[in-house]
Design a protein around this ligand. Structure first.
Ligand code: C2O
Ligand code: CU
Length: 568
């Protein structure tokens, strides 16, 4: 009896546990909006006319309900990037994977609960290239009365990196897929939708962060860029990384960080103790290992210490200090930075990395080619068409959503379950590339029984170009247990795996000319896309899907679809 009472009082005293979260309602009207950047006005697809889009703000444990009404001609679907969607797979959003798109004039209500996550995530369109302007932050606060595991910041500021195209991006990707060549490059990178002063005709479109001395600011960094990973730094300031992909990490200081499309970081910025006699540039520029065909420009914003009564003129007279960014192809920097990320792995935030493995997979990720159709000339490598693949399968989206086909047992003609566990033809992945770079098309999935403990090694290939590939998982976080250069060695490398405090996240950069090993527990029934978050690679087929089966217990099953699920 005494023990029971004690147990009860512990439950009641623990903040947050006793009461469930609240429901947060959002209305998202998909509509066109004219926006001017770099002296060109363009009609872009937005949510509620805002660019970047509105923030979703919720606490861990809250339910989020977003009513999306499509007022544009394009088909639309929205994805809540990094939200685990436990047993709410119908709300995940990738078009033709978990839902048919929302057609013009139609509405779909996304309904999901945030469970055990806090930090920064983001939402974006998940169809064709519409995410170029359809994106916004998801700010997840801890449960009420639960503190951060670091000092409470004075202010919190989203810093969203993006990529701006003067051209219509739907036309850009359509043309690229037709000709088989690389997509036309962007015209600028942006911070909170603004390219900043280093571009022509852009000085007025500069993000400014006004700060006070002696304070701690929490910057919520999100990389929404279409094609490039980015370095980010602020002149004469240090950043403390405290969170990656909405999972706390052991804090560490850095002058510069690298952030892949799909990744988020929460970083602390401690401002100088006294008003300095300078303002400071913050800047982001691409990390690129290929030689041609990329946007080699720098987006910048300004960090200014603004005294309550200081005039604009006064601030403009201060010298503007510029930061140093690493060399554009600094793979060593990227590798070392990633290696510093460690989860807290303490009593309050334990690491749940699977200690044993039920199923091993080795996936190659890389570029490849499709043959040029007869009677056409193609602009890809040697007159072929660019393709990209995982284990030599270039993913083809089906005509109805995979999740529907799975749930109603109608996979015939929609997908097959023969996605290869290992590369079909082993070769020296990071050595001299083979002559035959052809890949096959398919809508293939891996089926996993509920609660399978998976170890997946993703191996970059030197097909055509060694490029970084930020691989993103829907429906899961995974644990990054190892990474290295060259070919993964199944006899030697696992002995160095970190099974104590590996970083837990939803998007991992496979090193150029190397590999990563991740583990995850398949505890979320549904169909989950996994893909490169570089949009050209994804369009070329660097995608696949996991089908996770229901468990035996009622709370281990995927519920039936909501009645308003869009039809194809
Ligand atoms: Cu942000 Cu399918 O991803
Ligand atoms: Cu890629």
């Amino acid at each position: 009896m005494g023990a029971l009472l004690h147990a009860l009082s512990v439950v009641l005293l623990l903040p947050g546990l006793a009461h469930a979260g609240i429901t947060r309602h959002y209305m998202f009207n998909i509509q066109l909006q004219n926006v001017t950047r770099l002296c060109h006005t363009k009609s872009i697809v937005t949510v509620n006319g805002q660019f970047p889009g509105p923030s979703i703000i919720a606490r861990d444990g809250d339910r989020v309900v977003v009513e999306v009404v499509n007022h544009v001609e394009n088909n639309v679907s929205l994805h809540w990037h990094g939200v685990r969607q436990l047993q709410s797979g119908w709300a995940d959003g990738p078009a033709y994977v978990t839902q048919c798109p929302i057609q013009t004039g139609q509405t779909y209500i996304y309904n999901f609960t945030i469970v055990g996550q806090r930090g920064t995530l983001w939402w974006h369109a998940h169809i064709s290239w519409l995410r170029v302007t359809l994106y916004g932050p998801i700010v997840i606060l801890p449960k009420r009365n639960v503190p951060y595991p670091f000092a409470k910041p004075y202010k919190e500021v989203p810093i969203i990196f993006g990529e701006w195209f003067i051209a219509n991006t739907e036309a850009v990707i359509k043309e690229a897929l037709q000709t088989g060549g690389g997509a036309n490059i962007s015209d600028a990178y942006t911070i909170n939708g603004l390219p900043g002063p280093l571009y022509n005709c852009s000085a007025r479109d500069t993000f400014k962060l006004s700060v006070k001395p002696g304070k701690t600011y929490l910057l919520r960094l999100i990389n929404t860029a279409m094609i490039e990973e980015l370095f980010f730094t602020i002149a004469n300031h240090t950043l403390t990384i405290v969170d990656a992909d909405a999972v706390y990490v052991k804090p560490f200081d850095t002058d510069t960080l690298v952030i892949s499309p799909g990744q988020t970081y929460n970083v602390l910025l401690n401002t100088k103790p006294h008003y300095p006699n300078a303002t400071f540039l913050m800047a982001a520029s691409p990390y690129v290992t290929r030689l041609v065909g990329f946007d080699n420009s720098t987006t910048a914003g300004i960090l200014e210490y603004r005294q309550p009564n200081s005039s604009n003129v006064h601030i403009k007279q201060l010298p503007l200090l510029k930061p140093n960014l690493p060399p554009i192809n600094d793979t060593t920097f990227v590798f070392n930075f990633t290696n510093k990320l460690r989860s807290l792995a303490n009593a309050q935030f334990p690491s749940n990395v699977p200690q044993t493995v039920d199923k091993h997979f080795l996936f190659t990720v890389g570029l490849g080619t499709h043959q040029c159709p007869k009677n056409q000339t193609c602009q890809g490598p040697n007159g072929s068409k660019f393709a990209a693949s995982i284990n030599n399968v270039s993913f083809v989206l089906p005509s109805i959503a995979l999740l529907q086909a799975h749930f109603f047992g109608q996979s015939k003609g929609i997908y097959t379950t023969d996605f290869p566990d290992n590369p079909p033809i082993p070769f020296n992945y990071t050595g001299t590339p083979p002559n035959n770079t052809l890949v096959m098309n398919g809508t293939k999935v891996v089926v996993l029984p509920f609660n399978t403990k998976v170890e997946l090694v993703m191996q970059d290939t030197s097909f055509l170009l060694g490029e970084p590939h930020p691989l993103h998982f829907h429906g899961f976080n995974f644990f990054l247990v190892g990474q290295g250069f060259g070919n993964f060695d199944p006899n030697k490398d696992p002995s160095n795996f970190n099974l104590v405090d590996p970083v837990e996240r939803n998007t991992v950069g496979v090193p150029v000319g190397g590999w990563v090993a991740v583990r995850f527990l398949a505890d979320n029934p549904g169909v989950w896309l996994m893909h490169c978050h570089l949009e050209d690679h994804a369009s070329w087929g660097m995608e696949m899907a996991w089908v996770v089966l229901d468990g035996k217990l009622p709370n281990q099953k995927l519920p039936p679809p909501p009645s308003d699920l869009p039809k194809c």
